[in-house]
Design a protein around this ligand. Structure first.
Ligand SMILES: C[S@@+](CC[C@H](N)C(=O)[O-])C[C@H]1O[C@@H](n2cnc3c(N)ncnc32)[C@H](O)[C@@H]1O
Length: 295
């Protein structure tokens, strides 16, 4: 089966990246290949989209979506973009897209442990073969204070200390292995609140925090932000879609603080009502775009 993921802000990305025939672009987050396929139509057969993903299962979906198109798929992190380009013999590129976070496909695969809505192994690694610690490793090994800081800093979870304390109590008896175990504990650790409109699942913030930590998402983002001005040709553009304030703040600051950037979006671009009606996931998407100044 193909990808279930609808690419967000697709028209806006193509408008702002303004890809030309013959251009070389990098899609640093291939996912299901939706953005890469659309961009490849603009660069045509004389150009190329180099699409990277850390998750081999996503690359397989991207392969199906981009078959026959001028798209080269590479299993790599976007933080390694400079190495990938060097190995491909490419000096400068005309555009970069980063669509951060995870895809609807990854969320739906119970075996990957990204979702608190289904019970699966507590894993959350984008690249399970790379060997780093899983979410279960962090939950079962980190001291209570570190867990609490992680939930607070990466998930903005107000009850982080209480949740971390309870995790440490429970894991003395039995380690956490599944998403269901952890989601239940988080839900039970919330003080009873009066229902207010449509509230989000209390497990949302803890799961977000663990996913960001397991994949060092902020470290990867900082690394690529530092490299983009060196790989983009003068006039080349970077379009970055983020889904939470920790990412958006970094992107905004990186663009603002480096004189090699000319910021094109004073305010982040967000989804239209029309897009939101068909893709609620676009609700929190923020697109920022900057152009590489001539040297
Ligand atoms: C929101 S999805 C991208 C969806 C894609 N734009 C599409 O049209 O289907 C984000 C993707 O980025 C990948 N990813 C996350 N961190 C990454 C990293 N550091 N390097 C490369 N890919 C990464 C995830 O595995 C996921 O497939």
């Amino acid at each position: 089966m193909g990808t279930q993921h609808l690419p967000v802000l697709l028209d806006e990305v193509t408008t702002w990246l303004a890809p030309r025939e013959g251009s070389i672009l990098v899609d640093g987050t291939a996912g299901g290949g939706g953005h890469a396929a659309a961009l490849s139509a603009w660069v045509g057969a004389s150009g190329r989209v180099i699409a990277l993903d850390r998750d081999p299962a996503m690359l397989e979906l991207a392969r199906q979506a981009t078959a026959g198109l001028p798209v080269t798929l590479v299993h790599a992190s976007y933080a390694e973009l400079d190495r990938v380009l060097e190995e491909s013999g490419i000096d400068r590129i005309q555009g970069v897209l980063l669509d951060l976070g995870l895809s609807s496909d990854q969320l739906a695969w119970e075996g990957r442990g990204f979702s608190f809505a289904a019970d699966g192994p507590l894993d959350m690694r984008f690249d399970p073969d790379a060997g780093g610690p899983s979410a279960a490793d962090l939950v079962n090994r980190l001291p209570a204070e570190e867990l609490a800081d992680l939930f607070y800093q990466l998930g903005e979870e107000r009850h982080s200390r209480r949740i971390a304390r309870r995790i440490v109590e429970v894991r003395r008896g039995e380690p956490f292995r599944t998403t269901g175990q952890l989601a239940d504990l988080v839900r039970r650790s919330q003080p009873r609140a009066k229902p207010r409109g449509r509230s989000i699942d209390p497990a949302t913030r803890v799961f977000q925090a663990l996913r960001i930590a397991v994949n060092d998402e902020l470290g990867q983002l900082d690394a690529v932000l530092g490299k983009l001005p060196d790989v983009l040709a003068p006039g080349g553009r970077a379009a970055i879609i983020s889904f939470h304030s920790l990412e958006d703040r970094r992107v905004k600051w990186a663009f603002k603080s480096d004189p090699r950037w000319h910021v094109l979006t004073r305010k982040p671009v967000t989804a239209t009502a029309g897009e939101l009606a068909v893709n609620p996931r676009a609700r929190s998407a923020k697109l920022r775009v900057a152009e590489r100044c001539p040297n």
